[in-house]
Design a protein around this ligand. Structure first.
Ligand SMILES: [Fe+2]
Ligand SMILES: [Fe+2]
Length: 394
């Protein structure tokens, strides 16, 4: 039996069909061969990345372009960060441990009362989201792989490095808050969750961005919007399930993600303005590879399909789905006005443009067929260690 969301994207994927064969390098061809040979059934939402093939794909002289954009980044990107003194902190949403012990335990009891009616499957998704947030060291490491924008010293004053450190500091609150809330709820197995986090940070991730900031910022734009959507949906479900404070927490995190999405999308917009062809090729290349979810290597020491199973539950609850992926792509095609761009594109750039702009429709058709097939399959249940090995329907 197969998971309902599982589909053999490796072969039939709309990402590969009609893909231009040469709008950049021959690497795509060899990657595609690897994909076909691999033939791994993978989730329509997440798709594991291809083996790393290319590093440092941005020509070194383009580092100069990022240097020339530093004052623009200072004026247009850094203001999208929030000063610490104006930022929320996790403790503001949590029982205050400095109050008299009885008052503290009353608050914990109230928290447990609110979470009591949330279903186990909701906790699977919230835990998966929290673990994804908690693997933050991996994401800062990833951004610092990008040529021309990495933090060269660890405390570099460059606006790119300043952004990355301050973004990380903002993001750090997300995992902390969700983790503590989940801990206090008593509904989840913290030992298994903590092991998963340790495994995940140890495994890292390879989003296939080739040390290339053009691709890197396409990836982060997508990821921030994906997390904006999924935290928004966990907020909605928490409200429906009787926990307005958890809804507020998820909504507050979602609004941070939205602000971060705006920053990354603004960078891609600027790259499209100053280096249209290279930026279009980078978007096309990331779309061809697919945007992988950052926690695709998650493991709890027990379930080798943990990420696929978590993704299947997220898809079934409507927290993050293949349709959301198509929506995100459509959103950015509109925001970046990709269909309308004509100046500055060469033949490869135009082929990438055609591929990108035609992709949402192909993803939707592909997903409709996958949904039809899934309806005919039997449902199955899987045990999640995070919720004390209780079974959840995929
Ligand atoms: Fe986050
Ligand atoms: Fe984020």
């Amino acid at each position: 039996m197969q998971s309902k969301v599982v589909s053999n994207m490796a072969i039939n994927s709309p990402f590969n069909k009609s893909t231009p064969t040469s709008y950049k390098t021959t690497t795509k061809k060899s990657n595609r061969v690897t994909t076909l040979v691999g033939q791994q059934p993978i989730s329509a939402v997440i798709a594991h990345p291809l083996p790393p093939k290319v590093t440092h794909s941005m020509p070194l002289e383009k580092k100069e372009l990022f240097r020339s954009l530093e004052s623009w980044a200072s004026n247009s990107i850094l203001p999208l960060l929030k000063p610490v003194e104006k930022s929320w902190q996790p403790i503001e949403f949590l029982p205050d441990p400095s109050q008299p012990f009885g008052d503290f335990t009353d608050e914990v009891r109230a928290l447990r009362g609110r979470t009591a009616n949330l279903p186990d499957e909701y906790f699977v998704v919230l835990v998966g989201d929290m673990i994804t947030e908690d693997a933050l060291p991996t994401y800062e490491t990833f951004i610092n792989t990008l040529d021309g924008v990495r933090d060269e010293t660890g405390a570099s004053p460059s606006p790119w490095a300043t952004w990355t450190r301050t973004w990380t500091a903002e993001e750090n609150r997300h995992g902390d808050l969700l983790r503590t809330y989940l801990y206090l709820s008593g509904r989840v197995d913290m030992l298994k969750i903590e092991k998963t986090i340790q495994y995940l940070i140890g495994s890292g991730m390879d989003p296939g961005t080739e040390n290339n900031p053009y691709m890197g910022f396409v990836y982060t734009s997508f990821q921030e919007r994906a997390t904006f959507i999924s935290h928004g949906n966990t907020a909605r479900l928490a409200q429906k399930g009787g926990d307005p404070l958890l809804a507020k927490i998820c909504g507050t995190i979602a609004s941070d993600e939205k602000r971060h999405e705006n920053a990354y999308a603004r960078i891609v917009e600027k790259l499209l303005e100053v280096d249209t062809n290279e930026a279009m090729l980078a978007i096309g290349e990331m779309m061809r590879k697919k945007i992988t979810m950052p926690a695709y290597l998650m493991y709890d020491g027990e379930d080798p399909s943990l990420f696929d199973n978590f993704s299947a539950v997220a898809q079934r609850l409507g927290v993050y789905t293949a349709h959301d992926y198509a929506d995100i792509l459509e959103f950015f095609i509109g925001k970046w006005k990709l269909e309308k761009l004509t100046i500055g594109l060469n033949g490869e750039g135009r082929r990438a443009q055609d591929f990108i702009c035609g992709l949402p429709l192909r993803i939707r058709k592909f997903q409709e067929r996958a949904d039809e097939r899934a309806k005919k399959m039997m449902t199955r249940s899987v045990k999640f260690s995070w919720i004390f090995n209780k079974e959840v329907t995929l």
